[in-house]
Design a protein around this ligand. Structure first.
Ligand SMILES: [Zn+2]
Length: 351
């Protein structure tokens, strides 16, 4: 526990900390404030042949202030920034924040500072244009578990009480809406600036850092063990990918288990069990040969019908005999895996 603590204690000033859950830090009803959000006009703008003109026609800056906000995460430089742009310079801002901040945090931070500015200005009508649907959708539902969304909601509830009208409009990015491009460019420049805004970020932004570290440590442990454990698997199948080969593949669990047995070279075939002194003999139920992988897949008379289907399927996929199950599984082709899965299903997952 002390080792874990030593890895994270220095982050305490970089993250939002509170002695109670953030939802209990505000007025109860503020948690349920849903702002006015327009999500559907962006689609019409992006379909227009001149999106900038369509935007200006749809949202003229008459008796209201138009503000464009954006967040930017520059992967190559590991830098994060956000900005707001308006034809009224009083509402323009640009800041760099912690390199560990997510793009969601950057975008929320832009909104939060803009709304604070609006509140200090007092009564008025404002339209905030935004190209992040995820933030606006999070604001649409009061079930969001983001501390920043909660803070924005509190500020919006306060603005509402002060008779300040704020409308959020989703607009598509990179379609040539000039003001949006200005906000985008400002956010990118802010990310590369030297001045860092001293502002805590949600603890969840660090999750990815620790996940990556866990995965790397786990990978090192497995590779170091591979000389003596799982050698067959490491020689034939290890890819270092984080997701397992069967993620999202849609095969029944029993078939996934059988294929995993093949990949690890530990199956319920008698030749495999014999190697571990679990059975005394290796003869297949057909009485013709050893109960081995090649025998079951390519020879055993008990499975002639499923084998015919498998071979037809493999031929249709351009595979030519002689076949080898391990080589077929190694090619990591989803169709081939389904064909092998069908064979295993037809022989009732005997392996
Ligand atoms: Zn047999």
């Amino acid at each position: 526990m002390m080792e874990c603590y030593s890895e994270v204690w220095f982050l305490k000033d970089s993250i939002y900390c509170s002695d109670k859950h953030f939802k209990y830090t505000s007025d109860f009803f503020d948690n349920f404030f849903i702002p006015n959000i327009v999500l559907d006009s962006g689609g019409k703008i992006s379909k227009d042949i001149t999106p900038n003109d369509a935007f200006n026609k749809m949202y003229p800056e008459r008796n209201c202030v138009n503000i464009f906000t954006d967040g930017s995460k520059i992967i190559s430089g590991s830098r994060v920034g956000f900005a707001a742009w308006s034809s009224n310079p009083e509402y323009c801002l640009a800041h760099r924040i912690s390199d560990s901040a997510s793009i969601f945090t950057a975008e929320c931070s832009a909104l939060l500072l803009v709304i604070k500015k609006i509140i200090t200005k007092g009564q008025g009508i404002y339209s905030i244009f935004y190209d992040s649907e995820s933030v606006l959708k999070a604001l649409s539902f009061f079930t969001s578990n983001s501390i920043l969304i909660n803070k924005i909601r509190q500020k919006l509830a306060l603005a509402y009480q002060l008779n300040i009208v704020i409308k959020f409009v989703w607009i598509p990015s990179h379609v040539g809406i000039q003001s949006n491009e200005k906000a985008d460019s400002l956010a990118k420049s802010a990310a590369m600036s030297e001045n860092l805004l001293d502002r805590p970020i949600p603890v969840t932004d660090f999750t990815i850092v620790f996940k990556r570290k866990c995965n790397e440590e786990n990978k090192t442990i497995c590779i170091n063990l591979s000389d003596t454990k799982g050698t067959f698997y490491f020689e034939n199948f290890y890819s270092g990918k984080i997701k397992p080969w069967f993620a999202g593949i849609g095969l029944p669990r029993k078939i996934i288990v059988s294929i995993n047995r093949l990949r690890s070279n530990h199956s319920s075939l008698k030749t495999s069990l014999f190697r571990k002194d679990i059975v005394n003999e290796t003869l297949c139920a057909c009485g013709q040969s050893d109960d081995s992988l090649d025998h079951i897949f390519w020879e055993c008379e008990l499975f002639a019908e499923p084998r015919k289907i498998l071979c037809d399927n493999l031929r249709s996929a351009g595979k030519v005999s002689p076949y080898n199950v391990i080589s077929l599984l190694k090619c990591d082709n989803r169709n081939i895996i389904y064909f092998i899965g069908k064979f295993l299903y037809d022989i009732e997952c005997k392996i």
